[in-house]
Design a protein around this ligand. Structure first.
Ligand code: PBG
Length: 330
């Protein structure tokens, strides 16, 4: 009798809804970021004001927190370091005993099966806060592309030697995937995958991260190397370049405001695709939840399923530890 679509037929019970559910967020898809501080105070543990629930951690505190998270089912992490001293070339970023290098060794020695990813960039280590070294041409100061590549190679090699499972360049210099691949191969790390932050926008959603990693540029911004939020075709060119340079994963960052870009990359490329739900995305949800304006768990899970639905295979998210520990994902 009825000649209209009865979509409700498949929504009547939880079991039916689960049966026809098209996407699922699982613990194995999630990557948890940690901020490790090079400090003599082994009990150092400081909440990041703009990221409630996220901490800067000493190595010892990181070790404790990681043990609990891994016991709960966390399988992958990405590490950021806050060095004792910064300089013009970010030399702590490629020191063999740098903070990230030590954190990698620690994490791998405690949890050999854990996937440990490192962020390859200089902005946390340079005194000027840019992702590469600066050069002055006439009166203009810019980030030098090709000479930065040599330093990024050193960063990646130092991470590889420490035992990283994947290196993830986030600097947005041109040619960095090729440069890293060549350097890693030359050192014998032919099987070490590169997860390229292929499509990384110059986004204001990174604000809280820059507090957390103490990496705000001292002058200017990152618009001469990160992408313009207005552009999507350019994302295809960035991704295609990184595929040619032999990236093993592509990434889109941020995630929530760039779901169209995630879908474009999913449709246009066959590499595993990661999305980074960045600090500002986390902070917005946390702030609204702390005000009682939204339901934290429901909005968190909805934000993650949206990223999967758009086409991401894996998600880097500050919610990873919590949703796994509290059994919101399995
Ligand atoms: C380093 C880097 C940044 C983020 C990840 N790697 C900051 C930036 O580019 O300014 C941002 C992550 C986040 O906001 O959570 N270049």
């Amino acid at each position: 009798m009825a000649d209209f679509f009865r979509g409700r037929r498949l929504r009547n019970t939880a079991a039916l809804r689960a049966l026809v559910s098209e996407n699922l967020v699982t613990a194995q898809d999630l990557i948890m970021p940690y901020f490790i501080v090079d400090t003599d105070d082994s009990t150092f543990r400081k909440e990041i004001p703009s990221m409630p629930g996220q901490f800067q951690l000493s190595l010892d505190e990181f070790e404790k927190q990681l043990a609990e998270a891994v016991a709960a089912g966390l399988r992958s992490i990405i590490l950021f370091g806050i060095p004792k001293c910064k300089d013009a070339t970010g030399s702590e970023g490629y020191a063999d005993d740098g903070i990230v290098q030590r954190a990698v060794r620690l994490a791998k020695s405690r949890h050999p099966e854990l996937v440990v990813i490192t962020d390859v960039c200089l902005c946390e280590y340079t005194d000027h806060g840019h992702c590469g070294i600066l050069q002055k041409i006439n009166d203009d100061v810019t980030v030098a592309n090709d000479s930065t590549l040599e330093l990024l190679q050193r960063v990646a090699i130092s991470h590889a030697k420490a035992g990283a499972d994947i290196v993830a360049p986030s600097d947005m210099m041109d040619g960095r995937v090729q440069a890293l691949r060549e350097a890693l191969d030359a050192e014998g790390f032919v099987n070490l995958p590169i997860m390229s932050y292929a499509v990384k926008y110059a986004s204001a959603f990174y604000g809280p991260f820059r507090d957390a990693a103490e990496s705000t540029p001292q002058s200017g911004d990152r618009k001469s190397y990160q992408m313009d939020p207005a552009n999507s075709r350019e994302a295809l060119r960035e991704a295609a370049a990184d595929v040619l340079e032999e990236a093993d994963f592509l990434m889109v960052k941020p995630a929530g405001a760039y779901l169209d870009i995630i879908r474009m990359l999913r449709d246009g490329f066959d590499l595993p695709l990661a999305a980074y739900q960045v600090s500002g995305e986390y902070s917005i949800i946390m702030a609204a939840a702390q005000n009682g304006w939204i339901d934290l768990d429901a909005v968190t899970m909805e934000s993650l399923i949206a990223i999967k639905r758009a086409g991401a295979d894996l998600i880097i998210t500050y919610f990873a530890e919590d949703v796994i520990k509290r059994g919101l994902v399995r």
